[in-house]
Write a protein that binds this ligand. Structure first.
Ligand code: ATP
Ligand code: FE2
Length: 345
C-alpha cells in the first residue's frame, strides 16, 4: 500500500495503456512526464465478413502476453518499472473490452499499482492535443465505429454532431468489402480514389452524384453506402465511385466541423480516429481552416488509429489529477459516451 501511495504521488515509473475496444489489441507507454512511446499492436483482419466480437476477443487473449513482452523488451523495461495501468473502459465491443480490462486488473493487482479505466474517445482527443500542441480544438473524430464533432465546454467534451447510423470508417469498410476488398477497406478506397484523380486531374467534373450526408449538425452514411454500391452495380468505374464516395463523405464531416467552429468561435480543428489517416480528409480540413483563418491539426498516423499509447496518456492525465479506478468500479461500459467523462485538467 505504501508503495502504491509513493508511486501514485511521485509517479516514478511508466504508465502502461491497454487498448482493446474492437479489432486492435495494443499496449503503449508514457513516461512519468506523460511523454508517449509508440505502441505495440496487432489487429485482427478476418479473411471474409465483418468482425465477430468473440473472435476478436480470442485474438486478444492469444496475443496479449507476447505484445506486452515485445513492448517492455523494446523499451528495456521490466514489469516493476510500470507505475500504473490504464485501460479502455468503453465504448466498444463487450468481449473485446472485457479482455483488456481483465489483463489490466490482473497486472495492477500483481504489481500493486493503480488502475485507471479511461474513455476511449477522450483518449483520441488527448493524444491529439499532446502530439499537435493544440489547446482547445474542435475534434473531428472519424473512426470505424464513431463519427463525432466534439468541443470542450464546461468540463466535458460535448458532442455537437455525430452520425445517426454507422461510423464513416465502417461505411468505407462495408463498401470495400462489398467489392471484394478485405478489412480495413478505408486505405484501399483511398488508393483507388487517388488513382482516379491521377488519371483524371480535372476531378470535379468526374464526381458522381451521391446523397447528401449532413442532417443539421448530424451525419448519416448508410444512404451514401447504398447509393455508392448501386453506382458500381450500374457500371460506373470503381475508382470513380471511390473518389466520389470520399468527396461526399469527407465534405459532409468538414461542413459540420466548420459549423462547429463558427458556433463555438474556436479556431482549431483536430482530426482523430483511423479515418484521419486519409490524406484527402486532411487536405480538405486544411483548406477549410485556411479559408476561415483557423488551423488544422492531425497527429501521426500511429496515433490516429487505435493504440495503447493514447490510453496510457489519458491514464497519466487522470492519475496526476488524482483519479484512479477501484476494482469494484472497473467494469467495462460498452455504451460509454464521450460526454460522460469529466475533464478535470
Ligand atoms: P473506434 O473504436 O474509435 O470506433 P475503430 O475500432 O474503428 O475505432 P480505428 O483504428 O480508430 O479503429 O479506425 C479504423 C478505421 O479507420 C477503419 O474503418 C479503417 O478503414 C479506417 N481507416 C484507416 N486508414 C484509413 C485511410 N487511409 N482512409 C480512410 N479510412 C481509413
Ligand atoms: Fe478508436
Amino acid at each position: 500500500m505504501i508503495l502504491v501511495e509513493r508511486r501514485y504521488m511521485g509517479l516514478d515509473g511508466w504508465v502502461l495503456g491497454i487498448e482493446s475496444t474492437a479489432h486492435t489489441f495494443s499496449f503503449g507507454l508514457v513516461d512519468s512526464n506523460g511523454l508517449p512511446r509508440p505502441s505495440v499492436s496487432d489487429t485482427l483482419r478476418p479473411d471474409s465478413g465483418g468482425i465477430h466480437p468473440r473472435e476478436a476477443a480470442d485474438h486478444h487473449v492469444e496475443l496479449g502476453a507476447k505484445l506486452l513482452k515485445d513492448l517492455l523488451d523494446r523499451e528495456n523495461l521490466v514489469p516493476n518499472d510500470i507505475a500504473a495501468i490504464a485501460y479502455s473502459q468503453g465504448p466498444g465491443m463487450g468481449p473485446c473490452l472485457r479482455t483488456g480490462a481483465a489483463a489490466a486488473r490482473a497486472l495492477s493487482t500483481y504489481l500493486s499499482v493503480p488502475l485507471i479505466g479511461v474513455n476511449h474517445c477522450v483518449a483520441h482527443i488527448e493524444i491529439g492535443r499532446e502530439q499537435c500542441g493544440c489547446d482547445d480544438p474542435i475534434l473531428l473524430y472519424v473512426s470505424g465505429g464513431n463519427t463525432q464533432v466534439i468541443a470542450r465546454l464546461d468540463g466535458k467534451y460535448r458532442v455537437l454532431g455525430e452520425t445517426l447510423d454507422i461510423g464513416i470508417g465502417n461505411m468505407l469498410d462495408k463498401f470495400a468489402r462489398a467489392h471484394g476488398i478485405p478489412f480495413p477497406g478505408g486505405p484501399e478506397v483511398e488508393k483507388m480514389a487517388q488513382k482516379w484523380l491521377d488519371s483524371n486531374p480535372n476531378s470535379s467534373l468526374k464526381e458522381l452524384e451521391l446523397p447528401y450526408a449532413v442532417h443539421g449538425m448530424d451525419l448519416a452514411f448508410s444512404g451514401l453506402l447504398s447509393a455508392a454500391n448501386r453506382l458500381v452495380k450500374d457500371g460506373s468505374p470503381f475508382e470513380a465511385v471511390c473518389w466520389s464516395l470520399q468527396e461526399h463523405a469527407f465534405a459532409a464531416c468538414i461542413e459540420v466541423a466548420e459549423r462547429a467552429l463558427a458556433h463555438t468561435r474556436k479556431d482549431q480543428i483536430l482530426l482523430g480516429g483511423g479515418v484521419a489517416c486519409n490524406q484527402r480528409l486532411r487536405t480538405m480540413s486544411e483548406i477549410m481552416c485556411r479559408e476561415r483563418g483557423a488551423s488544422s491539426y492531425c497527429p501521426p498516423k500511429m496515433y490516429c488509429i487505435d493504440n495503447g499509447t493514447m490510453i496510457a496518456r489519458l491514464g497519466w492525465l487522470e492519475l496526476i489529477n488524482g483519479r484512479v479506478t477501484s476494482l469494484e468500479h472497473s467494469a467495462v461500459d460498452q455504451e460509454l459516451r464521450t460526454d460522460h467523462t469529466a475533464i478535470i485538467w
